[in-house]
Design a protein around this ligand. Structure first.
Ligand SMILES: Nc1ncnc2c1ncn2[C@@H]1O[C@H](COP(=O)(O)OP(=O)(O)OP(=O)(O)O)[C@@H](O)[C@H]1O
Ligand SMILES: [Mg+2]
Length: 285
């Protein structure tokens, strides 16, 4: 059970003078229940890749599989898969088409044929889950929200159908630090308590990196690194040559170790770093 691509290639506007290759033979697998991060410079193909994973874009060549079933195989199959894969766009407003927040979040469960009462319940639950007060927000127009609130509505709209896989393109853009922490807590909860598989594309991975099992790196449409988190972040030279930085805490701990102190590396959050530095002091004296 997984989401997988095989030699996925995408060319925008093929056969025209504007033809642009955005993905070049990208092959990877994310196993069920895992959290994967997709990182890479601007224009490296992250959003293009993500839009292939629920069939919004069609591969120029190559395949996308969900649970070993090609998502290209039939229209019915594609619709079935879209109910299992919740995709939150980089620009959430690009996915809005309802007049109210309620209708936006209700759209997918309504299509699944929920009755009025259970529909309202699932909308309220989804809004509360992302930290938006349902009573306060349900009648607002989705376009008239702040960018952080739009993102939360977009997340609620996909959570309302209880997806098996959640894919988020730059989910922290527009969120304040408290909003980022809330989103982090929500993702951690969805993954650990509901076993939802998660793929996050991001430039700002200091928080979400603590959740990640796997890290994939795109550069100019090619998957140039893919592996367990510690393995990818241990290869600092390669990441830096790709113009990418490590999470700040991880980089600092590696610097301390390189300066000759006995500390563990492979550390991704401040708390863990504090504890490790405490242990280092104990060892020193
Ligand atoms: N609709 C489109 N038509 C033509 N080219 C496109 C289109 N969308 C993206 N591209 C090109 O494809 C490449 C990959 O773009 P993509 O949006 O996937 O990158 P990204 O990694 O998501 O970047 P960012 O971090 O800025 O969001 C870029 O060179 C971009 O200019
Ligand atoms: Mg993008």
């Amino acid at each position: 059970m997984s989401i997988r691509t095989e030699k996925l290639t995408h060319i925008y506007m093929p056969g025209t003078p504007f033809a642009a290759e955005a993905l070049n033979e990208v092959t990877f697998e994310i196993k069920k229940g895992r959290v994967a991060l997709l990182i890479g410079p601007s224009g490296s193909g992250k959003s293009t890749l993500i839009q292939h994973l629920n069939g919004l874009l069609k591969p120029t060549s190559g395949q996308v599989y969900f649970d070993d079933q090609s998502i290209q195989s039939s229209k019915a199959e594609l619709l079935r898969l879209r109910r299992k894969i919740g995709l939150v766009f980089q620009m959430p407003e690009e996915q809005f088409f309802s007049e109210t927040v309620f209708d936006e979040v209700a759209f997918a469960p309504r299509n699944l044929g929920l009755t009025d009462e259970s529909l309202a319940e699932s909308v309220y639950n989804a809004l509360n889950r992302v930290g938006l007060n349902a009573e306060e927000f349900k009648d607002r127009h989705p376009f008239n929200l702040s960018s952080g609130q739009k993102r939360l509505v977009a997340i609620a709209a996909v959570l309302s159908i209880k997806p098996e896989v959640l894919i988020l393109d730059e989910p922290t853009a527009g969120l304040d630090p408290a909003g980022r922490q809330k989103l982090f807590n929500l993702l951690a909860d969805l993954n650990s308590n509901e076993a939802i598989t998660i793929l996050i594309s991001t430039h700002h991975f200091d928080e979400v990196v603590t959740l990640a099992d796997q890290v994939m790196v795109l550069k100019d449409g090619r998957l140039v690194m893919d592996g367990p988190r510690d393995q990818v972040f241990n290869n600092r030279e390669k990441l830096e040559s790709l113009g990418l930085a490590l999470p700040s805490v991880t980089e600092l701990m590696q610097d301390i170790a390189a300066a000759g102190f006995q500390v563990k590396t492979g550390i991704y959050n401040l708390e863990e770093a504090r504890r490790e530095i405490g242990r280092m002091k104990e060892r020193q004296f």
